[in-house]
Design a binder for this molecule. Structure first.
Ligand SMILES: [Zn+2]
Length: 290
């Protein structure tokens, strides 16, 4: 997937085997969608497995090695410390370099697990026609993984802590940051967000070239931004927050079609929970008729 060479074996493990073995002995695992477990062929018995089931994408041996050296190895000790923290309030200082290593790994997992070429070991997931996938994959989303360079700074990576069992009550107030479908001088910028998580951690990756984000939870010390401009953070000092407290909405209605000059004016107001999508689309209306 990263180069013209043929895939080797099952390719690249999106959730690496060292991560899956962190959950050894905690099964059996079931996989659910909207609370309904995927079932066996009888459509009744939940499909269970003793180990967490993986997902992989085609990759040659050379690319696999590069990803292992430049993404997996630097992130492994950091991810293990996050998982070991559980719900403890103890300090967990991540240096700027550790935040950047964690962000690289989370971008890899978030992008590859939603790639149209991803293959799921779980038969229910693999069969599911409606599994969320990236509708577009830009070359620069993947190129940095193969070359071992830094991810584009047009990505943002946010993390929060969450209830270990995911059984916390829904928040009384839910906030949203709307990502417009932004077309600048007829070029779609492919704004995109994706959220996922693991035990005690929730992650959101966002592609938003040219339009800054003001993240209310980061400002309030309820979330950390790992990328870009990684800086030291005490992950242990973050409170547990429900993933629905602040979520990104990828606009599915309308298109904000502007010129580069019009965008210069718009981006003076960062995307935030206070952004007014109606005003953005009004901007579209004006742009169309001016
Ligand atoms: Zn390759």
């Amino acid at each position: 997937m990263f180069c013209p060479n043929p895939s080797f074996g099952v390719g690249e493990h999106v959730w690496p085997s060292w991560f899956i073995s962190e959950f050894h002995g905690q099964g059996p695992f079931t996989t659910s969608r909207a609370g309904a477990p995927y079932t066996k062929r009888d459509n009744v018995t939940p499909h269970t497995s003793d180990a967490l089931l993986g997902v992989h994408v085609p990759a040659c041996e050379g690319c696999n090695t590069v990803l292992d050296t430049t993404i997996e190895k630097p992130a492994k000790p950091v991810v293990r410390r996050l998982l070991a923290l559980r719900d403890s309030p103890n300090k967990l200082i991540l240096s700027a370099d550790e935040c950047a290593a964690l962000a690289r790994w989370l971008l890899k997992v978030g992008l590859l697990s939603a790639h149209p070429a991803a293959e799921h070991d779980h038969p229910g997931l693999q069969r599911d026609q409606d599994l969320p996938q990236l509708s577009t994959v830009r070359a620069e989303w993947l190129d940095w993984m193969r070359t071992g360079s830094a991810p584009p700074t047009e990505f943002s990576v946010f993390v929060t802590r969450r209830d270990l069992r995911g059984e916390d009550a829904e928040p009384p107030k839910k906030q949203h940051i709307v990502l417009p479908r932004l077309v600048v001088d007829r070029e779609d910028r492919n704004f995109m967000s994706r959220s996922f998580g693991s035990t005690g951690v929730n992650v959101t990756i966002v592609w938003h070239p040219g339009w800054p984000i003001d993240h209310a939870q980061v400002d309030a010390g309820r979330a950390a931004r790992l990328w870009p401009d990684a800086r030291e953070v005490d992950f242990g000092a973050l409170p547990q927050v429900h993933p629905k407290e602040l979520s990104f909405w990828d606009a599915s209605i309308g298109t904000l079609s502007v010129s580069a000059e019009q965008l210069d004016v718009l981006v003076q107001h960062p995307l935030s929970v206070d952004s007014n999508p109606a005003a953005m689309f009004f901007g579209n209306h004006e742009a169309t008729h001016s």
